[in-house]
Design a protein around this ligand. Sequence first.
Ligand SMILES: *Cc1c(COP(=O)(O)O)cnc(C)c1O
Length: 462
Amino acid sequence: MNIPYRIQLDEEQIPTQWYNIRADMPEQPDPCLNPATGLPVTLEDLTPVFCEELAKQELDATTRYIDIPGPVREYYKMFRPSPLIRAYNLEKALGTPAKIYYKFEGNNTSGSHKLNSAAAQVYYAKEQGLTSLTTETGAGQWGTALSMAAAFFDMDLTVYMVRGSAEQKPYRRAVIETFGADIIPSPSKTTEVGRAILKEHPNTSGSLGCAISEAVEKAVSTPNCRYVLGSVLNQVLLHQSIIGIESKAAMDSIDEYPDIIIGCAGGGSNLGGLISTYMQDSLKGKSDTRFIAVEPASCPSLTRGRYAYDYCDTGKITPLERMYTLGSQFMPSADHAGGLRYHGMSPILSKLYHDGYMEAVSVQQTKVFEAAVMFAKHETILAAPESAHAIRTAIDEALLCKKTGEEKTILFGLTGTGYFDMQAYSSYLAGGMTDYIPSDAELEAGFCHLPNVELMRSASKV
Ligand SMILES: *Cc1c(COP(=O)(O)O)cnc(C)c1O
């Protein structure tokens, strides 16, 4: 069969339902806990923070397929189905017998897969009659995606942007403002938690965990306002399953089935989405595909973190999730350029990894940028540094195939483009980029802050 470079599905092939992987997991992730009581959260606990439909999706472990609302699917038509591309030129450059495919999610202005969940989350908030949303953004893709969806569905939006990132990426900020959202560099004086963090660390460049604390506080203290999060949560993996469903349809159309699926992992949403339907096969014993999460060596939550209950934010106001974590107070080295800097990991992926259904590797950033530059030259796409983590590992696996002569089929997620990350590219090209690997002692310092759930429960009973 003559396989084209671009395997492009038609508009009618955009899925009509998302896939909820929890329905097929032999064991469920441990429940999310209310930080005040240490007991599993209820719908009533979640609805002051999240809009109702999303709170329901968060807790729904049994409905296997959930309908994509008509207006959301219509919105998707402007940038989906996203292409699946055969990396013929990269294969040739590597001299590998492996077949490499990538699902490219960078074909929209946000430059990433995040628009898939942003559209859904804004739509449900609008349907409920809410008038405004708050969120955090790190590198800026989520803030951009959400500002696009908020503009389209006519919803006010305040974005707490990690200060360091807001200062480094003025144009990213301008894009978000173009779509009409307000940006507040975090930590800020607009919230109690922000003021407290600033008092303790006046010169901090901020962190995602800290921006989350501020956005949540703002949401619960503003009438008709809710908070939305772009990764980690079950609902976000649900929305991102569209990546995997489309990938499988496209691969099926050319009679291909991946031996290895690779994705970068920050909070786990693109990877959880990409593997979704293939993991379903694997959980049912129908395939033995390898699933590989790739994370930065400087923020190694899966490969070196603890599988424990932890806060999702630095300010310790969010519920607790059992996940692989470096501790909610962990801050990656300032030298780290490539995103994926969240301290925790999706509870679903954490559980799959813990139970041996998934592998994880960590890679150093100079190797990541080396891969990104090679990829750009041969495949013409200037990848986001986050996505380049997956490129790195795809190349490494393809080179292994070259050694062994195995003709494996590799699928990886190319989550987005890196036009706002040129400072990092410049630093790499000028030879100024360094690799930082935290010591065991540094990580240990982060684990010290892990909450004691038993204590929490007994304290709340007194
Ligand atoms: C946000 C982002 C990621 C990481 O987030 P996940 O939730 O782990 O997918 C990866 N790539 C790009 C381009 C992103 O914007």
